[in-house]
Design a protein around this ligand. Structure first.
Ligand code: PEP
Ligand code: MN
Length: 343
């Protein structure tokens, strides 16, 4: 349930609402935008008398949240969230790019990729140290050594690091090196892992499961947020359908749907979404036009030699063309008033 305050409600009015909620053992969350003041209420709402809450000074009305997920819903939190990763803002209207190799292969490979990525204006370097691979015989990642290379790349470039954590036991270590923890598609419903990254308080990039509905995905975000970690960014990376030409079917409509259903920022991964480097540019452009807050793109200094996902990785030249186009499209949409704001 949320409590909508009158526009002229005072801080004291809001505090009284918070106290009324907390006095019956429920949790209150204050959300203040430029036009709206809202107090969210988490817990069993049967414990509270809605009528007496509505009678408090400064309260306009209360609204029940109809969704199975609450904290992640726009009903609960009508104001779009901006996730701040150590000074980089995701969801503030400027596209954020997370780019780099699928897997960290060596320090040289990573540093080379990092330089290209930085040149193209990306704010994050991506790279898997722990790789969840379909075949157990495929390269599984450099693990802790890879994490050290990522930290070294951050030292040399200033780029933020986003990298995947695949198991509960590794959260603490990965959180030491990364600026943002990535939960991959295969782990989207690993509920213990979601709770653990929630408790770590590091920002989380939550990829959509291979066959997850939007409701399942947003409930996965809810698991993280329930632990008190609101810094969740969603990433659409394609879903499994009957189509076999592309690796996955990139569900671009998820961007518009999630923007309506949730206040969380959403980015798009056209690399895993298509599995084909030729399709990365058009899908990256489409994602920005659709209102995505950013992109995750695989880039390799030499895709033909990549130890994983070379077929969907961009060469340095192609990456620079794509990122340049992305910023131009975003700028054009802002300048012409075409940016999607009617959520
Ligand atoms: C990745 O981004 O490295 C990755 C493995 O992607 P996904 O979890 O979307 O398959
Ligand atoms: Mn990959």
């Amino acid at each position: 349930m949320i409590v909508i305050m009158n526009p002229d409600a005072t801080k004291r009015d809001i505090q009284e609402v918070v106290e009324a909620i907390e006095n019956v053992g429920l949790c209150a969350k204050i959300m203040e935008g430029s036009e709206q003041k809202i107090v969210g209420l988490i817990g069993d709402k049967r414990n509270i008398d809605t009528l007496s809450l509505e009678a408090l000074h400064g309260v306009d009305h209360t609204v029940a949240i109809s969704k199975s997920y609450k904290l992640a819903s726009r009903e609960f939190h009508p104001i779009s969230s901006v996730v701040d990763v150590d000074g980089i803002k995701i969801g503030d209207g400027n596209p954020v790019i997370m780019a780099g190799p699928c897997a960290v292969e060596s320090l040289n490979q990573l540093l080379e990729a990092a330089k290209i990525v930085k040149k193209g204006g990306a704010q994050f370097l991506r790279g898997g140290a722990y790789k969840p691979r379909t075949s157990p015989y495929s390269f599984q990642g450099l693990k802790d050594e890879g994490l050290k290379y990522l930290a070294e790349a951050r030292n040399q470039t200033g780029l933020k690091i986003v990298t995947e954590v695949t198991e509960v036991e590794a959260v603490e270590t990965v959180a030491k090196y990364a600026d943002m923890l990535q939960v991959g598609a295969r782990n989207m419903q690993n509920f213990r892992l979601l709770q653990e990254v929630g408790q770590s308080q590091k920002p989380v990039l939550l990829k959509r499961g291979l066959a997850a509905t939007l409701e399942e995905w947003l409930n996965a975000a809810e698991y993280i947020m329930k632990e008190g970690n609101n810094n969740v960014v969603l990433c659409e990376r394609g879903i499994r359908t009957y189509e076999t030409y592309t690796r996955n079917t990139l569900d671009m409509s998820a961007v518009a749907a999630v923007k309506h259903l949730s206040h969380l920022p959403i980015i798009v991964d056209p690399s895993h979404g298509t599995g084909k480097w030729r399709m990365v540019k058009p899908m990256a452009f489409a994602a920005i036009a659709a209102g995505a807050d950013g992109l995750m793109i695989e880039v390799h200094p030499n895709p033909a030699k990549a130890l994983s996902d070379g077929q969907q990785s961009l060469t340095p030249e192609n990456y620079l063309t794509v990122s340049c186009g992305v910023y131009k499209i975003s700028q054009f949409m802002h300048d012409t008033g075409l940016a999607i704001t009617d959520l």
